[in-house]
Design a protein around this ligand. Structure first.
Ligand code: GLU
Length: 348
């Protein structure tokens, strides 16, 4: 080697070595497809025989859903799908739909419209509390408790109920990446028993949060809650949020990326009813559950995950759903708040 060649190789080494080391350290902690697949399958095996919780029954049709139904799906921003159990049987989406009507209103009218007309704070009261409406005069709520959710639905533009409905279902379809349908049994069952939601909508109308047709808003809300989804659909919807608002498989983008963070913020503070704080403390994941047994969670930039399992705990959240997602996310480093100091990262 000539002195010039030696000098050149020394310089190259100094320039390249740190970059190579960084790359190597990243590689050492990176999670590959095998890790994802293993984590999803392990959680399924671990919790498939867990026999805790009970189907919701205040909507009679929900009590009839098979409590053994259990499916887990995880989708990464590059569109890889990992599944275990039954990811094709459908349940009604229920409150998980609230995330996507909020998305629709943000896209249509912007953050301020939600903030001013509904609010973005947890109420500290149950999801269908009438006291909360009275206490806050219809304000200072959020789009995930029923008063806020029915109001959110009422804010979707459309000259007729049909055109509002199309806007709702098209948004859900775009997030899921396929055409979804309404579970007519659930829709009928909830329509016959939703007097409390009707009362909530009338009160929100009285407080001028809902501007017109409160009972029409309640009906559209009931229909939106009755849309059928499976675990794979739900994971795709969560992954669209994990991927800046773009569906990782179809490439369709129902909302601008800037609207994703505000949605995740409300999921973090109010996604799991009265246990939202406990859930965030344990996992750090923005999430949303529904009384049909669906649970979605988002690890921004890493994955969207969902479980369908109808038995709920006392707070109304899927028992297997919470356990499985917490385990999988822990195995994959999904908690966005969990970081090592810079020096420790370099040493790994
Ligand atoms: N449609 C249900 C209701 O309004 C949704 C409840 C939920 O999933 O939290 O009661």
């Amino acid at each position: 080697m000539s002195p010039l060649q030696r000098k050149t190789s020394e310089v190259l080494w100094f320039v390249l070595a740190p970059a190579l080391l960084t790359l190597a350290s990243q590689y050492a902690v990176a999670q590959g497809p095998a890790d994802y697949d293993r984590a999803v399958k392990a959680a399924y095996e671990k919790f498939k025989n867990l026999d805790e919780g009970k189907n919701a029954d205040y909507i009679p049709a929900l009590a009839k859903v098979d409590p053994h139904l259990f499916g887990i799906a995880l989708v990464t921003p590059d569109g890889k799908v990992y599944t275990a159990g039954d990811v094709t049987s459908e349940v009604s989406i229920q409150s998980v739909s609230k995330v996507f009507t909020m998305a629709r209103v943000l896209q249509q009218s912007g953050e301020k419209a939600i903030e001013d007309n509904i609010g973005v704070d947890a109420t500290g009261q149950v999801f269908n509390s009438i006291n909360a409406i009275e206490q806050f005069k219809g304000k200072e709520m959020n789009p995930f408790v029923n008063p806020g959710a029915i109001t959110t639905t009422s804010m979707i533009d459309g000259a007729t109920p049909d055109s509002v409905w199309h806007s709702i279902i098209n948004t859900l379809d775009d997030f899921a990446g396929r055409t979804l349908t309404v579970n007519q049994d659930v829709y009928k069952s909830e329509s016959e028993t939703n007097q409390r939601n009707q009362a909530i909508s009338m009160l929100m109308f009285a407080y001028e949060r809902i501007k017109a047709n409160p009972l029409q808003a309640t009906d559209l809300y009931t229909r939106q809650c009755s849309v059928n989804v499976n675990a794979r659909d739900l994971a795709m919807m969560a992954a669209t949020l994990a991927n800046g608002g773009r569906n990782p498989v179809t490439g369709r983008q129902p909302i601008d990326s800037r609207h994703v963070a505000p949605i995740l913020a409300v999921m973090a503070t109010a996604g799991l009813y009265d246990d939202s704080g406990k859930w965030l403390y344990a996992t750090g994941l923005p999430a949303k559950s529904g009384v049909g047994g669906a649970l979605i969670a988002v690890s921004p930039g890493k994955f969207g995950i969902a479980v369908v399992s109808p038995p709920l705990d006392a707070a109304g959240n899927s028992v297997r759903g919470q356990r499985a997602i917490a385990d999988i996310s822990a195995a994959l480093g999904g908690n966005p708040y969990s970081q090592l100091p810079a020096s420790a990262t370099a040493k790994r």
